[in-house]
Design a protein around this ligand. Sequence first.
Ligand code: SAH
Length: 360
Amino acid sequence: MNDFRDELAKRDLGDTFRRLIASTGPISLAHFMGESNQRYYADKRPIGGQGGDFITAPEVSQMFGELIGLWMADMWIRAGRTEPVHYVELGPGKGTLAGDALRAMKRYGLVPKVHLVETSRRMRDAQIKAVPEAVYHHDLSRIPTAGPILLVANEFLDALPVRQLVMTEEGWREVMVDVDPSGAFVEVPGRQHMDSAVPEARRDAPPGTVIETSPASATIMFEVAGRLKEQDGAALFIDYGYADGRSGSTIQAVSGHKKVGIFDAPGEVDLSAHVDFAQMEQIALSRGARVLGTVTQGQWLGALGIAQRADALAEFAPQHREALMRAKERLTAPDQMGELFKVLGLVAPGWPDGPGFARE
Ligand code: SAH
């Protein structure tokens, strides 16, 4: 079985797509993105400064994971310290956030069971070093249903495949991927009528208008919100995206910290899309979870006291003061990660408000 998988993994994904398209016709953009990212996370070492493709907040500074851990401990304590309690992380990357968050929680007497949801075997190998006590899951369905969950997902939803619909002269169509005579991938409108997939209020749009949705993210929100309602707990989704509904394509590709074309090298580069937080909130509400709100990462980390935390760490290790201040800036400044990145907070109906989400 493994030999077979390894053999498959060696094949060029672009060639696999070309053969598929030649025999059955264009594939959907969602199919292209889903398979490309599955291959990418299975084969590559995406996260890191040198040699990586992108850097994420937990890799910038331990303060990020620690403040998330403190937020969770505070919620759990005020909600009544129910046991058993489960720390759940979706797409944990190198396991850094989990390690930092769990260490911070422990200081407050919170020692949860640890569940990591990760599909990439290669990523699991890295995570198990940071969090040896973790239990792995392929998806959310096998997470225990007794006891509250404290769930976090950082830069996870953006990696899930998006579907795009485009308005053409003939009406709404799904965006598909075809191959041109030179062998390059190109976007083409699908043949099937898709008008009924577009909300009535948005149907009358000029040709070229694109609506992007993420059915996979919607499914995750549906499941997480349902669990908060049923078994209590709190959840944080952190990602880049927009808090107000917007239309247009946001899919992008990154390699070696630079933007590249989304069709350049399937499975070799990171594909991601902005998260539509307004839609995520609606889904969570519809399932009976309480939405604390969506705020910028800068505002959230500021409210949780990142400045004081940086000062305290610098006091303890003066030789790192400059690096700590730079990391704080990187995480919170509006022209860095502070504004584009958002934090969505959800809690069970009976749970208290969480710090950082006060509406102005
Ligand atoms: N949260 C980490 C990593 C972000 S990268 C950080 O902040 O550093 C995205 C992560 O999600 C990777 O670990 C990747 O392997 C995982 N992933 C991508 N698609 C997934 C899926 N469908 N199910 C579970 N994990 C997935």
